[in-house]
Design a protein around this ligand. Structure first.
Ligand code: 6PG
Length: 241
């Protein structure tokens, strides 16, 4: 596990964008699972501003690590946010965009998306393997859409499951632990003061870290990087000085 800590969330976005550009240069095709949330939104804005022509977008296939079971036009759609902040501003073939169809029946869509991953992605350990999975982390330690109250979804034998938001009950389709930990690289984008407690517990393996799905992210490849701002990393910075 590597930690990359930057002063501000803007600097997280700037540095992760550079990291992503370098990854795309190094491959002929790149299968990336995107996350929703506020930090990815800033990354998408940075990519749309400064990487429109410097990334060969035709090499990139976008998928979603989780999606709300709502239409793509709904303001809460992760795909919708990505379309607004990035996809509408770059030239990328429509066939490279593999959205979770939130408008479908949740169980049907979890099954459909599992089959799509199985068909589209290269295999590693006989399991579909992303080149990169981008994850956020909720204040409660959830990641993708695996929440603490449904942490058993992490160990599902399926590639995708239907999850439920603990407060709103909103259904989500999420990739599961076997897909996340089979990726060539996994990157957390976590910023803001509200994440500091969980980041500290998870990185230092203290408190109730075992209750948080984000603590289960441990790719077999060993390639896990946390991109953090100082606000989210305040509980671990002191150890590093
Ligand atoms: C979602 C996201 C989710 C997100 C975290 C962190 O669909 O809600 O995929 O897992 O990454 O909630 O979100 P913030 O970065 O906005 O706190």
């Amino acid at each position: 596990m590597k930690l990359k800590i930057y002063k501000t969330k803007q600097k997280v976005a700037l540095n992760f964008s550079k990291y992503l550009a370098d990854l795309v240069v190094s491959k002929n095709v790149v299968h990336i699972a995107l996350s929703g949330g506020s930090t990815p939104k800033i990354v998408f804005d940075e990519l749309a501003l400064n990487y429109v022509n410097s990334i060969e977008w035709a090499k990139v296939h976008f998928y979603w690590g989780d999606e709300r079971c709502i239409p793509p036009t709904d303001g809460e759609s992760n795909y919708g946010m990505t379309a607004e902040h990035l996809l509408s501003k770059i030239t990328i073939p429509a066939e490279n965009i593999h959205r979770v169809k939130g408008e479908n029946n949740a169980d049907y869509e979890a099954d459909r998306y599992s089959n799509l991953l199985n068909k589209n992605l290269p295999k590693r350990n006989s399991i579909p393997a992303f080149d990169l999975v981008i994850l956020g982390m909720g204040d409660d330690g959830h990641t993708a859409s695996i929440f603490p109250h449904e942490i058993d979804l992490w160990r599902s034998g399926e590639y995708c499951e239907v999850a439920e938001h603990p407060e709103t009950g909103q259904q989500r389709v999420t990739i599961t632990g076997q897909i996340i930990n089979n990726a060539a690289e996994v990157i957390f984008l976590v910023t803001g003061e509200s994440k500091a407690e969980k980041v500290q517990e998870i990185i230092k393996k203290g408190g109730d870290y075992k209750d948080y799905p984000a603590s289960l992210v441990n790719p077999r490849s060993g390639n896990l990087i946390w991109f953090l701002d100082e606000a989210a990393a305040q509980g671990i910075i002191s150890d590093r000085s």
